[in-house]
Design a protein around this ligand. Structure first.
Ligand code: PGA
Length: 256
């Protein structure tokens, strides 16, 4: 395994924050702060901000993503957005299987798999979220949960299509709580998930896949987390809403 072969990716998950004017202002503030980034920089914004964010980021190194998509190409699915609709508006990334979707909106491993496959088919790059609840960590089944979520999400995904997947390990107990996993816990879980990918797709694919950590990552703890062999980037919630904080994490990931 060789970390230097993998591209670091820092993605902001704005969740349900920022109206269009605020989105435009945040991207504008971010542009000069991350223009020299040595990693990929993505902002995953609410659906209503996609067009504004895409225009604000046009011609810069910031890429725009959505936070979910439906698995059908179109049809009677009130309030849903298809992967093709995102692709058509020039959005290259989409988060799928975020724990807030799983916790509050009935997202299941099977529907995560359907969304992942539809997004890949539409030509999007997927940020696939997996991670355990606190009770599951306390029962020592973090590995089993992450393996199950990863395997079901990737069912039917070819080795070639895997190149368009980033995995984000996000322990649910660390999201928005200010409780970060220790760098050792993050490194261990990310390494475990890489092992699951290796079992499914072989060593080369496992070595190449970017695996992020997410959960209260911030300007202060980013370097230590990113120094872990298996932590190739971050999915950032709260700290992605302030340009200087997000830029500091991008800087941490840009160190050689
Ligand atoms: P947080 O969120 O950084 O606010 O903990 C991370 C996420 O939910 O992706």
């Amino acid at each position: 395994m060789n970390k230097s072969l993998r591209k670091a990716v820092i993605a902001g998950n704005w969740k349900m924050n920022k109206n269009r004017a605020e989105a435009k202002a945040l991207i504008a503030e971010l542009v000069p702060l991350v223009s020299e980034a040595g990693c990929d920089v993505i902002c995953c914004v609410p659906f209503t901000d996609l067009e504004t964010a895409r225009k604000a980021a046009d011609g810069t190194n910031i890429k725009i993503g959505a936070q979910n998509c439906h698995w059908a190409e179109n049809g009677a699915f009130t309030a849903e957005i298809s992967a093709g609709m995102l692709k058509e508006m020039g959005v290259p990334y989409v988060i799928i299987g975020h724990s807030e979707r799983r916790q509050y909106f009935g997202e299941a491993d099977e529907t995560v798999n359907k969304r992942v496959r539809a997004a890949l088919d539409a030509g999007l790059t997927v940020i696939l979220c997996v991670g355990e609840l606190l009770s599951q960590r306390e029962q020592n089944i973090t590995g089993e949960i992450c393996a199950m979520q990863t395997k079901i999400a990737l069912q039917g995904v070819s080795k070639d299509a895997l190149k368009n997947i980033i995995i984000a390990y996000e322990p649910v107990w660390a999201i928005g709580t200010g409780k970060t996993a220790t760098s050792e816990q993050a490194g261990e879980a990310n390494g475990f998930i890489r092992g699951v990918v290796e079992d499914l797709y072989g060593k080369d694919a496992a070595n190449a896949i970017t695996i992020q950590y997410g959960g209260s990552m911030n300007a202060k703890n980013a370097e230590e987390l990113l120094d872990q062999e298996h932590v190739d980037g971050g999915l950032i919630g709260g700290a992605s809403l302030k340009a200087p904080d997000f830029a500091a994490i991008v800087k941490a990931a840009s160190r050689p």
